[in-house]
Design a protein around this ligand. Structure first.
Ligand SMILES: *Cc1c(COP(=O)(O)O)cnc(C)c1O
Length: 408
């Protein structure tokens, strides 16, 4: 008899996006003529940059020839990609990394979920709420979240990010061992100014807290004063792991590639208090459970660091950020309270009259045929909010606004 991991049974099956899909499908059946506009799921819509496609075509040709064919690649990723990452993403910001600190992966979801493998089950976990649901769910699966009481897990310290604190977390009153931060934030679109990020790094240094920093949206930052990497803060190498992804920045949601930085001076602790290198643990974990991202994909990712590739991804990001600007301006003109959208592809709106998020979702769908994401799907702190994404086409953004202006 195979006993299951009962922690999985604690998760509800109503994962946010399947639930939205179900509701939208039901609407389409009863309203076959309605043209549904989706400003919901966080997926890109523009095609891959030309430079990436060319590099991948070339890599396919290499794979079709015995002399240039490649099998298993190096454990942490090909040096050509790791070097390009360090040279373009870190060195210009005054951050020194060595090649052994960068781990190429198949996207940030895998590593933000899997990182828990190298951490004990009874650490207490702090989460800036609301946020990307993977952090909480992966901790539930590991048995680290405790029990669900009401809408909160007993072992998770929720650090509320609301309009009152400008969607930036304040230091918690309870001890935490691990802290998840995601900036620019999904779903609020908020960013963390340098002095606030410094406050968190200093707090982590003083209290032996491990920070898991998700910077999947760093390329969307427009304001030159906002840090792109946590390692821009002195001392962060001793306390933080950073996750990055090519998904939103270069259209890689279907191609799958990202990377994780685990500095060599970052330590965890054994029960007897000895320091343990997290870089070594992660390396060992990956060697056992992960066999790398394909050569073709890594060649594609490398191409975004060429001058043409960099220009092409900038054009796509500018396109999405123009959508964000148009949507934010329009919604604000409708009298809505809208946040985010300046340094992230997400708009975070207070629902009218603090209506519950799901109720607003249904009303919006049935009265305008527009799909967004209920804020509460990102954690209890998201109740009373609603997320719109800027990842659609300009035409969709324009038409959505027209409908919303009439509706409000
Ligand atoms: C989309 C997203 C990711 C990553 O996705 P991958 O496609 O797995 O790289 C990671 N973190 C956040 C906050 C995201 O929104």
């Amino acid at each position: 008899m195979a006993l299951v991991n009962e922690h999985h049974l604690k998760l509800s099956d109503n994962y946010l996006f399947p639930n939205i899909t179900k509701k939208v499908n039901a609407f389409k059946v009863t309203h076959p003529k309605a043209k549904v506009i989706s400003l919901g799921i966080g997926d890109v819509t523009l095609p891959l940059p030309k430079a990436v496609c060319n590099a991948m075509h070339k890599a396919v040709d290499e794979m079709s020839n015995a002399e240039t064919f490649r099998g298993y690649g190096p454990d942490q990723g090909y040096p050509f990609l790791i070097d390009a990452i360090i040279k373009h993403d870190y060195t210009p910001r005054g951050i020194n990394l060595d090649a052994g600190e960068v781990f190429i992966n198949d996207g940030a979801k895998s590593d933000t979920g899997n990182i828990g493998d190298i951490l004990r089950h009874d650490n207490s976990v702090g989460i800036a709420d609301p946020v990307y649901p993977v952090y909480i769910d992966s901790n539930v699966m590991a048995g680290r979240a405790g029990v669900l009481t009401g809408n909160k897990w007993s072992n998770i310290v929720y650090i509320p990010c609301t309009a009152e604190n400008n969607f930036t977390p304040e230091l918690p009153h309870r001890r935490i061992d691990i802290l998840y931060l995601c900036f620019p934030n999904n779903p609020t679109g908020a960013t963390l100014p340098k002095d606030e990020l410094r406050m968190w790094v200093n707090y982590a240094l003083a209290n032996d807290v491990l920070i898991l920093y998700d910077a999947a949206y760093e390329r969307f930052i427009q304001d030159p004063d906002i840090p792109h990497s946590i390692y821009e803060i002195k001392g962060a190498r001793k306390v933080a792991i950073e996750f990055r992804s090519f998904s939103k920045t270069a259209g890689f949601t279907g191609v799958r590639c990202g990377y994780t930085v685990v500095p060599k001076d970052l330590n965890g602790f054994s029960l007897t208090g000895e320091k343990v290198s997290l870089n070594k643990l992660w390396s060992r974990r990956q060697n056992t459970k992960f066999n790398g991202t394909s050569y073709i994909t890594q060649r594609g990712a490398e191409a975004i660091y060429t001058p043409e590739g960099a220009q092409q991804i900038k054009e796509s990001i500018d396109y999405y950020m123009t959508n964000a600007r148009i949507l934010k301006k329009g919604l604000t003109e409708c009298g809505m309270n809208v946040f985010g959208g300046d340094n992230a592809p997400y708009l975070w709106m207070q629902t009218p009259k603090k209506m519950p998020s799901w109720k607003f979702f249904d009303q919006l769908l049935y009265e305008t045929a527009i799909v967004g994401t209920p804020g509460v799907g990102f954690g209890p702190g998201g109740e009373g909010y609603f997320r719109f994404t800027a990842f659609g086409s300009r035409e969709c953004a324009d038409e959505a606004l027209e409908r919303l202006k009439k509706w409000f």
